[in-house]
Design a protein around this ligand. Structure first.
Ligand code: SF4
Length: 250
């Protein structure tokens, strides 16, 4: 069993969403949640044991539409004794689940996370307005990052992916040219990026597809996948340069 140390791990726990933002880089929502099989292949993989993740990000769609997966991930982190410095959940903050917030607060104290905030709201004037009562409930939690509710996204902050591409808004950002490899030190394997301007951010989607970019639409994640966590080996994938498909937007 090889020990794996990750800089950034993004897990897409659902492709469902209760909003339909014009600027959404993920695109049309899909009624798919991450399965236990995918989660087990991430956290209980027969090939490797993740010992540390510097930053773990749970994303979607709207992650709070799949609270079971959040709880399952917290339990797996505990059971497998995985150290994490920062945990973030990126949410539109329209769904408040009291028991889940309490569990996350408890988890933060227990794990002594470096992150003061776990819940990162996409809460601004470009998202659907949420009822003030829900916002106040979130605000009463110590793990909620208030952000900037008055922010309005301008064209330069929008990536022309997903819905934005469909509505012809935003910019054609050039995505980083990532090249990941595993560096071994005493049976500990560190996932690194040859592109020294960026960390190694592994993105695993609801269906187990792996990409080296965090800003693809659902369609492009499936189209540009490097491998699948259920069927493929991370150790075959990295540093196999032939599989390092790079994509520049237009
Ligand atoms: S931007 Fe966020 S809240 Fe809006 S549709 Fe996309 S995933 Fe949902």
């Amino acid at each position: 069993m090889k020990n794996l140390i990750l800089e950034k791990l993004y897990i897409e726990i659902t492709r469902n969403c209760n909003q339909n933002c014009q600027h959404c880089m993920r695109g049309t929502k899909q009624n798919i949640n991450i399965s236990n099989t995918v989660l087990e292949h991430i956290f209980m993989n027969p090939e490797f044991h993740i010992v540390k993740i510097d930053k773990l990000v749970l994303t979607g769609g709207e992650p709070f539409l799949n609270p079971e997966a959040i709880i399952q991930i917290l339990n797996l982190l505990d059971q497998q004794k995985i150290k994490i410095n920062i945990l973030q959940i990126v949410t539109n903050s329209s769904i408040y689940i009291h028991s889940l917030i309490k569990k996350l607060e408890y988890f933060q104290k227990k794990k002594h996370l470096h992150s003061h905030y776990i819940i990162f709201p996409s809460f601004d004037q470009s998202h659907q307005k949420i009822p003030i009562e829900i916002y106040e409930l979130f605000r009463s939690s110590s793990i909620f990052y208030e952000g900037n509710p008055t922010r309005i996204l301008n064209e330069t902050q929008i990536l022309k992916e997903g819905n934005a591409e469909h509505h012809n808004i935003g910019n054609d950002w050039q995505l980083p040219c990532n090249e990941y490899y595993l560096e071994e030190k005493n049976n500990d394997y560190y996932l690194k990026n040859k592109n020294i301007n960026f960390t190694a951010a592994l993105y695993i989607s609801v269906n187990g597809n792996i990409v080296d970019q965090t800003s693809y639409s659902f369609q492009h994640i499936d189209e540009y996948k490097l491998a699948n966590i259920i069927t493929d080996s991370l150790f075959d994938l990295f540093p196999n340069e032939k599989k390092q498909k790079r994509r520049f937007l237009r």
